[in-house]
Design a binder for this molecule. Structure first.
Ligand SMILES: [Cu+2]
Length: 115
């Protein structure tokens, strides 16, 4: 009898804690990857640093493949915003072209566009 009551308590605890987790955590982990233009190690650092933000859990830029891989909170960021963040530091993505002025301010070694 005592065991039965104990089991009910444990069951309730599990239900309540899983419910509150769902409400409180407000996190929906998502992963994406897309093409980003870059040319050297400095570009890699610039791209990764631009993504060093709250609710972006990890980012990796594959220079050879010209691709970025991002794990982020999909309740906070839409994928378009990730494109904008990278374009804002001067790197074209497959969806968003970096502003010409920002691009022209990149060091010469980072100029990835064909002149
Ligand atoms: Cu560079």
């Amino acid at each position: 009898m005592k065991n039965k009551i104990k089991n009910i308590y444990i069951g309730l605890f599990v239900i309540v804690s899983s419910l509150s987790c769902g409400i409180l955590s407000k996190s929906q982990k998502a992963t994406t990857s897309f093409s980003v233009s870059g040319k050297c190690e400095m570009c890699t650092n610039r791209i990764v640093q631009s993504l060093d933000l709250k609710d972006i859990y990890s980012s990796y830029y594959d220079l050879k493949a010209q691709k970025v891989f991002i794990t982020y909170n999909a309740l906070v960021y839409k994928e378009d915003q990730l494109h904008n963040i990278i374009a804002a530091v001067g790197h074209d993505t497959e969806k968003v072209k970096a502003d010409n002025i920002v691009y022209s301010n990149l060091p010469d070694c980072c100029k990835y566009r064909e002149e």
